[in-house]
Design a protein around this ligand. Structure first.
Ligand code: MLC
Length: 502
């Protein structure tokens, strides 16, 4: 299991640097073990039991990683939350998950005060940390001894990651210890992770991409990860040029910013063993631009929160532009006709479905949504459309579901629409994604005002900002008289996109 491999690194290379936040002190595997054990003992002393949900809404910092590893180590369920969530969204996640504990940033005290007024009594206690503190209290006050066994059941839930739905509020995807192990084992084989790898980690740490693929990847290998608290293209490019790193992972928006920063100058990054792109489609011009500018062929891969990684272009062999590659070791993929649930021949576009030990076990307390996500014979419907080439490479061809991906982050129109509908002047609304060179897509809202109401679009955006994380707030709000609708009165978003996207 993932935790067993980590324990092996603690034993075998206690003096090797495991983690370092830029400009912070290095943390060796030995120090990491001690900090994680102390944190685990702190959680146990608070009464956290196996199966309890422990939420963390923190910036990218060592405390986050200690709480993450400690929570899964004692058999509790780790629930990472985007620091950008305002209190309205945070309250939903805490209530829905029934979290026993929230680890929060001292800087968010005002947000937490608002939250305590509305949360059910006695549900969640708070541990407030100052994220950049390197020696927080719980590290001094608790023993570094580990007197309990590591979770041994692969079906035990390790993490809960919220994904939004096209028709519902966000759902908690339950990721088991077995899922994490399967994922990381398959990526290690496919991408040739090594102990002497050095990862430059510039992704957010509360998603599958930054947490499982990147951070677990490095720790499982016994490698070293340098963590940038946020993505800054100048810092990242300088560090990549320093030749200290061998692995970098990003979303297309990050790669686009690096490429634009180069501004036509050439940089030789060919010493990088592996540079990957994921969470959204990598545009062809960026793939070729990168090759020319950086002497690097980006490796595009495909995954999702419910599964971790599914498909990947090969480490050795052809990294095909526009394709997401081949099934990873231990992963089965197929293309089906979604209406008939019938596999389709190569070259035909259908829904991508996935099977394997890495596939999540279901949504938290939503058996009907879990059942909907799987076919009768146990394949997970991804909601992505694609085709398989005769030589086994997969290419994505759009989405079956009405999802927007902006800067590698998923935005589900119904969530934004629900927020807009709370506005007293809004009679109806429709949220769509419009193509955008930097973000992949940007969120655009069309609204119809109630008769006699007036509202300016900026105030509507401000209204959304109080209810939604900034990346979900429509970049443009357009006031329209009507929506294109089908015979049943359902808004035709494809036609709306045609008329509203520039
Ligand atoms: C930030 N903003 C965004 C945004 N990120 N808006 C839309 N989409 C986004 N993704 C907002 C900010 O809040 C700010 O709003 C404004 O845009 C400008 O911010 P910025 O400073 O330019 O953005 P920055 O903070 O640099 O963030 C850009 C980014 C970030 C690309 C670094 O979005 C990012 O880290 N994306 C990676 C997401 C990720 O890890 N996805 C993996 C999901 S897992 P305002 O209003 O305040 O000006 C998954 C599975 C898989 O999908 O396969 O990997």
């Amino acid at each position: 299991m993932f935790l067993d491999t980590l324990a092996q690194h603690y034993r075998e290379q206690p003096d090797k640097v495991a983690l370092q936040i830029i400009d912070g002190p290095p943390v060796t595997y030995g120090q990491l073990e001690a900090a994680v054990n102390r944190t685990a003992n702190y959680l146990l002393a608070l009464g956290i039991q196996p199966g309890d949900r422990v939420a963390a809404q923190l910036p990218k910092c060592l405390s986050f990683i200690y709480f993450h590893l400690a929570t899964v180590q004692i058999g509790a369920i780790f629930l990472p939350l985007n620091p950008a969530y305002p209190s309205a969204e945070l309250r939903y996640f805490l209530e829905d998950s029934g979290a026993r504990l929230l680890i929060a940033d001292a800087a968010d005290q005002a947000k937490l005060d608002r939250l305590t007024e509305t949360l059910p009594e006695h549900q969640t206690t708070f541990t407030i940390v100052k994220p950049q503190d390197t020696g927080p209290n719980w590290l001094e006050d608790n023993s570094a001894r580990r007197d309990y066994p590591l979770p041994g059941d692969p079906d035990q839930t390790a993490m809960m990651l919220y994904t939004s739905g096209t028709t519902s509020r966000p759902k908690g995807a339950l990721i088991t210890h077995g899922n994490l192990t399967a994922n990381i084992a398959s990526l290690h084989q496919a991408w040739g992770w090594r102990r002497d790898d050095a990862l430059l980690h510039a992704l957010p740490i509360f998603h599958v991409h930054g947490l499982v693929v990147a951070l677990h990847g490095a720790l499982h290998a016994g490698a070293t990860a340098l963590l940038c608290p946020a993505f800054d293209a100048r810092t990242v490019l300088d560090l990549l040029c320093s030749r200290r790193f061998s692995v970098f992972m990003g979303v297309p928006t990050m790669h686009r910013r690096l490429y634009q920063l180069a501004g036509g100058r050439r940089y030789d990054l060919s010493h990088m063993r592996l540079m990957t792109s994921g969470s959204d489609r990598l545009p062809d011009d960026l793939f070729f631009g990168y090759q020319e500018t950086f002497k690097v062929t980006l490796l595009e891969r495909y995954g999702m929160t419910e599964t971790g990684m599914n498909l990947s272009n090969p480490l050795r062999g052809e990294r095909r532009v526009g394709a997401v590659g081949l099934p990873l070791p231990g992963v089965s993929a197929r293309i089906v006709d979604p209406a008939a649930e019938k596999p389709l021949p190569d070259g035909e576009v259908g829904e991508v479905q996935i099977k394997g030990a890495h596939v999540f076990k279901g949504y938290w307390r939503q058996p009907e949504k879990t059942a909907e996500a799987f076919s009768a014979d146990g394949w997970l419907s991804t909601g992505d459309m694609g085709l398989r080439e005769p030589d086994g490479y997969y290419t994505l061809k759009g989405r079956a579901k009405d999802l927007i991906i902006s800067g590698g982050l998923n935005v589900y129109p119904p969530e934004v629409e629900l927020a807009l509908m709370e506005h007293p002047a809004v009679a109806a609304c429709a949220v769509i994604g419009c193509p955008d060179a930097e973000w992949g897509e940007r969120v655009v809202a069309a609204i119809i005002l109630r008769a006699g109401e007036r509202a300016d679009t900026e105030s509507i955006r401000a209204f959304c900002r109080e209810r939604l994380a900034a990346y979900k707030v429509p970049r443009r709000v357009l006031i329209v008289d009507e929506f294109p609708a089908n015979a049943l009165g359902k808004v035709q978003k494809a036609r709306l996109r045609e008329s509203l996207c520039e």
